[in-house]
Design a protein around this ligand. Structure first.
Ligand code: NDP
Length: 508
């Protein structure tokens, strides 16, 4: 699965691709009722690669109607879970067969390096879908403690129509994280991909149809969040919405729910995650490698990127040159060249935002250690890894989620100070602790207010472990693991009276 092709081979695949442009509703590709479309560009070249259907409220209403009909028909929702599993496994096999096409589509749409897509995003997406497929027929319900006179069945049921609103930074993977458990649980799903990165989700929906997912069960609706996202969030027939994106829009999704039908809401939002190097940390070379990956993987366009390096003063002088050394392995450029580990920023707007933060950092007095200026690679949106030293906690770059390749370094005199600074943020998604002393590392992990804390390595956990955030990083539930099923199922109690009252009465 991690078989990389050459740059020329990837470009040849790109040249021969047929682009997915229409929404996929009720098992068919359809255009918007208004006929509207919008351009999607390759951020690495600036070229328009396709015009995507721009749906409106009427298209959302149609998709929800079809998804609801599909749910109520029971063809998927009441199918034996083992059959659902078999169909989802078939989808995984089809995706594997079409891997080069899907990987290149993803790279063209997002500017992500093919190397990372082929070795991380794509295999993890397949693993995720297969894991939830396998889980479908292994989830048992419960029986309450009772006497012989009654039994309480505690059963989980699919909710109905579920909306999944996706971000642009991991389009395929987030599709897997959300649609995987939602479908495995028996729901009908409407996916709204980010406007910049719709095409891989459309192709997966088509493959799902080929695998045997019935029409109306797996829909992908394209168009702007300001219309499609709002229409999904406020729709009275959508029972749950799972959202990944900015905290600002996440708050609105909660409001849509409050003002419509109180649909279940799960939000996976931003982060300003710390990598904390405690006094007892060892093996600075490994630490440097992990810190660089934690920060710059996916160009820092990652909600769990470790954008604040909090380092005990004892290690600072040793660590900094090692960071610079490790950075040399992170080549930036053409995302379809597998030599490159860094690609383009997602959009002109986001590119401008990140550069603005870099300028603010300079103005507020932080010193640029490396980077700090955009790269001139034609019309592509490339920003090199940028590291700031002399950063104080109140600086804008130390507080705001930049969502780009910008690392701030903070030096502290004690482990307590390090933990306090790690927690000095409105977010709480992920943190990394480096410490060779097991007890101290565990104590630090306990004290950090974050949904995931990895120790002596940068990690978000894996498909078996829940992922989500404290504070402004999340709300309402977790992705991944069996915990994700909580998002997509209702709990029902069925109380059976087994007493023999009538029989007793007749015998009297
Ligand atoms: P948004 O929160 O705007 O977008 C995320 C998703 O929500 C997209 O599918 C978007 O659609 C949709 N959306 C947009 N507006 C609405 C709305 N009013 N109602 C419902 N859905 C809506 O993120 P951005 O793409 O603008 O990125 C901005 C910042 O958000 C980033 O810089 C980063 O800080 C953070 N972010 C965090 C992510 C994470 O992994 N937690 C992922 C992406 C961004 P559309 O694309 O059509 O606008």
């Amino acid at each position: 699965m991690t078989d990389l092709l050459s740059r020329d081979e990837y470009h040849a695949i790109a040249d021969g691709l047929s682009m997915m442009t229409n929404s996929y509703i009720n098992g068919k590709f359809v255009s918007a009722k208004s006929g509207k479309t919008y351009e999607t560009t390759n951020p690495a070249t600036g070229e328009v690669i396709a015009r995507i259907t721009s749906c409106g409220k009427e298209d959302v209403d149609y998709a929800v109607q079809k998804a609801k009909q599909a749910f109520e028909s029971g063809h998927w929702s009441r199918m034996h879970p083992g059959e659902r599993k078999a169909i989802l496994i078939k989808l995984v096999k089809l995706m594997k067969r079409h891997r080069y096409e899907l990987q290149v589509l993803e790279s063209l749409d997002s500017g992500k390096p093919i190397r990372e897509i082929a070795t991380i995003d794509f295999p993890e997406t397949l693993e995720c879908l297969a894991w939830y497929a396998e889980a479908a027929d292994k989830l048992y319900d419960q029986i309450s403690p009772s006497t012989d006179d009654a039994v309480g069945l505690i059963v989980r049921e699919p909710i109905g129509v579920v909306a999944c609103v996706l971000p642009w930074n991991f389009p395929l993977q987030m599709l897997g994280w959300k649609a995987g458990p939602a479908l495995a649980a028996g729901n009908s799903v409407i996916v709204k991909p980010a406007s910049e990165t719709s095409m891989s989700a459309l192709r997966v929906a088509e493959l799902a149809g080929e695998a045997g997912v019935p029409p109306g069960v797996f829909n992908v609706i394209t168009g702007p969040g300001s219309t499609v996202g709002v229409a999904l969030g406020t729709h009275p027939d959508i029972g749950a919405i799972s959202f990944t994106g900015s905290t600002e829009i996440g708050r609105r999704v909660l409001e849509y729910s409050a003002h419509s039908n109180l649909k279940k809401v799960t939000l996976e939002l931003g982060g300003k995650n710390p990598a904390v190097v405690l006094e007892d940390a060892e093996e600075m070379d490994d630490v440097a490698e992990q810190v660089v990956r934690a920060m710059f993987w996916n160009m820092g366009e990652n909600c769990s990127s470790n954008s604040r390096l909090i380092v005990h003063t004892k290690h600072k002088e040793d660590l900094l040159p090692r960071l610079m050394d490790k950075l040399r392995d992170w080549k930036i450029g053409d995302p379809l060249d597998p030599q490159n580990s860094l690609g383009a920023m997602i959009s002109q707007r986001h590119f401008d935002d990140v550069l603005h933060y870099i300028e603010v950092g300079k103005k507020e007095g932080a010193s640029v250690v490396t980077g700090g200026e955009p790269l001139d690679l034609g019309a592509g949106l490339f920003i090199p890894p940028t590291i700031f030293a002399d950063v104080t906690p109140e600086m804008t770059i130390a507080k705001d989620e930049i969502f780009g390749p910008v690392l701030t370094i903070h030096t502290v005199g004690s482990d307590d100070e390090a933990i306090d600074l790690a927690n000095d943020t409105v977010y709480g998604l992920q943190a990394t602790v480096f410490c060779a002393h097991g007890k101290k590392a565990l104590r630090a992990a306990r004290r950090i207010k974050a949904g995931t804390v990895s120790v002596n390595c940068y990690c978000e956990g894996d498909i078996t472990t829940p992922f989500g955030g404290y504070k402004l990083s999340g709300f309402g539930g977790r992705d991944n693991g069996l915990h994700a099923f909580e998002q997509y199922t209702e709990t029902k109690t069925i109380w059976l009276d087994l007493g023999e009252h009538e029989i007793d009465a007749r015998l009297d």
